[in-house]
Design a protein around this ligand. Sequence first.
Ligand code: SF4
Length: 348
Amino acid sequence: MPAPPCASCHASRAALRRPRSGQALCGACFCAAFEAEVLHTVLAGRLLPPGAVVAVGASGGKDSTVLAHVLRALTPRLGISLQLVAVDEGIGGYRDAALAAVRRQAARWELPLTVVAYEDLFGGWTMDAVARSTAGSGRSRSCCTFCGVLRRRALEEGARRVGATHIVTGHNADDMAETVLMNFLRGDAGRLARGGGLGSPGEGGALPRCRPLQFASQKEVVLYAHFRRLDYFSEECVYAPEAFRGHARDLLKRLEAARPSAVLDLVHSAERLALAPAARPPRPGACSRCGALASRALCQACALLDGLNRGRPRLAIGKGRRGLDEEATPGTPGDPARPPASKAVPTF
Ligand code: SF4
């Protein structure tokens, strides 16, 4: 059966049905609609003011690749400038190839690229070294907990080095819904309270962060990358199979099969969540070591490094620091604790 005409231009044959709306569009109209929706997210949320120097957390994966491509297309409308900032976690056999993809993107799009490495920033610790250390303590499943905290710090440092005023990351709607589920499953009221909205305004001297793809589904991110013929890296990190996020992802897939709006419903639920006063986390102060925002004497990054340096990594992730159980969110800047999304796209 021939494909129907595109519901937007009526001139071309439709090449896909939008996963959530069912609208049949040609590739060009889909990409234009996707970009317009990201523009709306940025403008309606007042995320990136004109003149902003925006550090894009670039991992080489599909989400940050799509984010950089869309923002580059929107740069004249938004009046912003872009810098790619990539984090090298020191994961042998994985990150080198992903960084090669980021370098190709920077060269093709003529965007400045800065790479910051855990090894340089964190006293010689790489993720491979962290994994060896945590495996020795029976906590090898915590790799993503360490990595998520350190990568956030590394991206902040990289963004400051390039004079950025704002940070953007490529979290999509599926990533956000998984995070909401994980926080519920862990009973982490503090993170649930902070999980809503489109990002953080930059408390305690941190740079403002936002997620312009927060309402874009993973399927549409893959479709956009396909129709724009974007070159991205889609291998899975060697530590991803251990991550708790995988359980939340499996659960979300089942929920979405029963209720297609489950992903966006979860994202919007987190936005509207209001905690009872007694459940609200205390106002954060400053880390006694580095001055970053901290809810205890040491911030998460300093506490993790402290435990590693003392040969007792469990110190920072045991029950005494439940709040440290943070896992990186797939896609940015660093990369997913997710299996690589299929590059296969649904077409007629
Ligand atoms: Fe870091 Fe992501 Fe690998 Fe986990 S899966 S160790 S967060 S790069």
